[in-house]
Design a protein around this ligand. Structure first.
Ligand SMILES: NC(=O)c1ccc[n+]([C@@H]2O[C@H](COP(=O)([O-])OP(=O)(O)OC[C@H]3O[C@@H](n4cnc5c(N)ncnc54)[C@H](O)[C@@H]3O)[C@@H](O)[C@H]2O)c1
Length: 293
């Protein structure tokens, strides 16, 4: 059923009865469990995304990784397959461009169908795919600016849109986690990344907008905003300008930059029943970076 057939301006669906609203009285282990659930992770071919796919498996969920890369990073993928096998879980890789709506929508339908076969409905999406580019604003080519917004903003929107469509069609009160960045709230000293920063602020506002629309279906949407993480994305920036790391470390209240593993628990929290009263919110996990000037 198309979402437009469900939503009517004149007769909005009734609010969810209060008795169904909270899952937060579940046992401690269930609060952070994704057991019998299938989760899709875009950008799941490497970096933060593939680490979050591992976290999904560790929380008992089945994981579907979507990425534009021909194949996922070999070492991490082998580790994921091993974890899945040991736990009796399913992990799949789907080559997919998140800016291609037809492709993305059909891959997510495929993931949902696989979830049904596994008796683990499609319940969550982590929109983690994004691109970065460093160019001084005064020289920023319009085409590059549009490309960044295309992947980071439109791609994130399409991921959330089709996840929500499937949740609505199947009556699942699912959870969408959009990976934004502390750069959605601050401008990073030493970095000329206007398009990226703009895109991440847009993702934070997109989250509030769709959370406002989809709360009536019990669908939750939150952003996870990391600070600096050592991944291929930041390695590229630091390789071009190694002195930038000193600026970053100056704001690192815990004396280190982040590692992808630092975001496992926050992402699982946002997906799992423990955060069932949380929507339209931003969870910033930045090692204290934004807390001091
Ligand atoms: N690394 C950091 O310091 C940092 C800080 C804050 C936020 N983030 C965010 O974390 C997320 C992951 O970043 P990362 O550091 O792991 O970067 P990364 O470049 O290692 O991973 C991004 C992934 O997205 C994929 N991707 C890019 N365009 C795509 C497209 N059109 N369709 C499908 N997949 C596509 C890439 O192939 C890649 O695997 C991003 O949203 C990024 O903005 C990263």
């Amino acid at each position: 059923m198309a979402p437009s057939a469900i939503v009517s301006d004149t007769a909005p669906p009734a609010l969810i009865p209060e008795s169904q609203q909270t899952l937060a009285n579940a046992s401690h282990s269930n609060l952070f469990s994704l057991s019998n659930k299938t989760i899709a992770i875009t950008g799941g071919g490497r970096g933060l995304g593939i680490t979050l796919a591992a976290a999904v498996l560790e929380a008992g969920g089945h994981a579907a990784c979507l990425d534009i890369l021909e194949a996922p990073s070999a070492v991490e993928w082998a580790a994921l397959q091993k974890t899945a096998k040991l736990a009796g879980l399913h992990v799949s890789y789907h080559r997919c461009d998140i800016t291609n709506e037809e492709q993305l929508s059909s891959v997510l339908d495929e993931v949902a169908a696989e979830g049904l076969r596994l008796q683990a409905p499609f319940y969550g999406a982590v929109a983690c795919a994004a691109i970065q580019q460093k160019i001084p604003a005064v020289d920023y080519p319009a085409a590059d600016f549009e490309r960044i917004l295309g992947v980071n903003v439109l791609g994130t929107f399409l991921t959330a849109k089709h996840a929500a469509r499937i949740f609505m069609e199947s009556g699942v009160k699912g959870s969408v986690v959009m990976v934004a960045s502390m750069s959605g709230q601050i401008a990073n000293r030493g970095l000329t990344c206007t398009a990226y920063n703009t895109s991440k602020a847009a993702v934070q506002q997109m989250c509030r907008s769709v959370a406002q629309e989809w709360g009536r279906y019990g669908i939750r949407v939150n952003t996870l905003s990391p600070g600096y993480i050592r991944t291929a994305m930041t390695d590229e920036l630091l390789a071009a300008e190694p002195e930038v790391e000193k600026t970053w470390m100056a704001g690192a209240l815990l004396g280190r930059l982040g590692a992808p593993e630092d975001f496992k628990a926050p992402a699982i929290f946002l997906l799992a029943p423990g955060s069932s009263f949380m929507t339209g919110a931003d969870l910033r996990v930045d090692g204290g970076h934004c807390a001091s000037a």
